[in-house]
Design a protein around this ligand. Structure first.
Ligand code: AMP
Length: 412
């Protein structure tokens, strides 16, 4: 499945591309169609599953397809940190579209509060709020949700643990009863079910577990320029403890080119790709299994098909397109409780993609120093990668949240 299958607005797909997402995660595959259909939804999913995008993307799509724009969606979050994170993701996805959001939370300085109030007066499509502050605003009449279409409760279990049950029930009383309600929670204790029964209508239920790489894998990465990759491969393979090695490349043409280059450098390496005859492929696999071939080079097809014991090194010559592929690829090593090493090359273009993989598997992978003779690599700074192509916003650049977006940038 790809993001194209959801029929989302093409400009949202541009936003996804610039965020480095190539394939939906399981929660996104399941939740996005349900939310687009307008169903109430209760989903058990932890941070790291891609849950934020699972509700943000369909909501942005729906807002884009709304004729009259009013405050459309309320997202309740237990903490200001999570509210800000959600807001940042919305900002990333809506880089090429005109949808605005405001985080509203308590505990900040008077100046922040003034900014929040000003932004609310200017209007926004989405408010992301902590329950306490929002309730105060509703009670004072400063905020109204007359035309609200969607209520999203993120990390509902945490909100209840923090004692927000009563506040949320009061907030719900200020909302139209005709709305779509979506609840995400990392756990599903009985109190969440009771709570859900009171505010959701006939919800679809989803339960998602996170994939995790096997324990015995030593994961490492190099932040590189493309021209440095081959030098590092040669350097790593000097260690002859790596007796059985898989190198993954993104396309079959790259597999062929790498095969030539490795053989020229004197390594015992063969490419495994779809242009080979079936018997050639079988023979390569046999050689690899019997250890008479040290290195096999392939694409992701190899990551799903090959079950060979004793592979002790996997090299991702190109950063895998998404976390599931990463887990499949590195899972070729450290099978059956043995140990193995997985090394990934991250070029400048793939930095965002790699940081998404780290986020989704919940591990920060150490970045190793490039051998001195190969020169300096690029700086690792995935957060700063911004799209460089496509339409620019009418206001030239995204507003920062201390300045908020100008209200006249909204379509009439
Ligand atoms: P969340 O579970 O929403 O906190 O997401 C965890 C991390 O995964 C965030 O850094 C997201 O940017 C990233 N992420 C979410 N969906 C995808 C996807 N489809 N592909 C790659 N990364 C993703």
């Amino acid at each position: 499945m790809t993001f194209n299958d959801f029929n989302l607005d093409p400009k949202l797909l541009d936003g996804l591309l610039s965020m480095g997402y190539s394939k939906p995660t399981p929660i996104q595959e399941q939740a996005i169609p349900m939310i687009l259909e307008g169903k109430d939804l209760i989903a058990c999913a932890q941070t790291g599953t891609g849950k934020t995008a699972a509700f943000v993307l369909p909501i942005l799509h729906k807002i884009l397809n709304t004729e009259t724009r009013h405050l459309n969606t309320l997202i309740l979050s237990p903490t200001r940190e999570l509210a800000v994170q959600i807001d940042q993701q919305i900002e990333g996805f809506s880089y090429f579209i005109d949808v605005s959001s405001i985080p509203v939370y308590g505990g900040g300085s008077g100046a922040i509060w003034d900014q929040q109030r000003k932004a609310m007066q200017q209007g926004a499509d989405i408010v992301i709020a902590t329950p306490g502050r929002l309730l105060a605003l509703l009670q004072s009449g400063e905020m109204k949700f007359t035309h609200l279409k969607h209520l999203i409760l993120d990390e509902a279990d945490r909100m209840l643990d923090m004692g927000f049950f009563d506040d949320i029930m009061k907030i719900v009383n200020y909302l139209p009863t005709e709305r779509q309600t979506i609840l995400f929670s990392a756990t599903m204790p009985p109190k969440i079910r009771v709570f859900a029964d009171r505010i959701l209508k006939d919800p679809v239920k989803l339960n998602i577990a996170i994939s995790k790489p096997a324990e015995g894998i030593l994961q490492q990465a190099y932040v590189v320029h493309d021209a440095q990759k081959m030098g590092i491969v040669k350097h790593v393979l000097l260690n002859d403890l790596f007796k059985s090695v898989i190198i993954f490349a993104s396309t079959k043409d790259k597999v062929k080119a790498l095969e030539r280059e490795m053989q020229k450098a004197g390594f015992q390496a063969k490419g495994f790709q779809s242009d080979l005859e079936q018997n050639e492929r079988e023979s390569i696999l046999r050689e690899f299994k019997s250890r008479s071939l040290r290195i096999i080079i392939g694409t992701d097809i190899l990551s799903r098909g090959i079950d060979v014991e004793g592979i002790n090194l996997v090299i991702n010559y190109d950063t895998p397109p998404d976390p599931e592929d990463y887990i499949h690829r590195i899972g070729r090593t450290a099978r059956a409780d043995t140990t193995g090493t997985a090394i990934t090359f991250i070029n400048e273009k793939d930095q965002r993609k790699f940081s998404n993989i780290e986020n989704l598997i919940g591990v920060e992978i150490p970045k190793l120093k490039i051998p001195e003779e190969l020169g300096e690599g690029p700086v690792y700074d995935p957060g700063l990668k911004r799209p460089t192509t496509g339409n620019k916003k009418p206001w030239g650049k995204k507003p920062n949240k201390s300045g908020f977006r100008n209200s006249n940038s909204k379509p009439a």
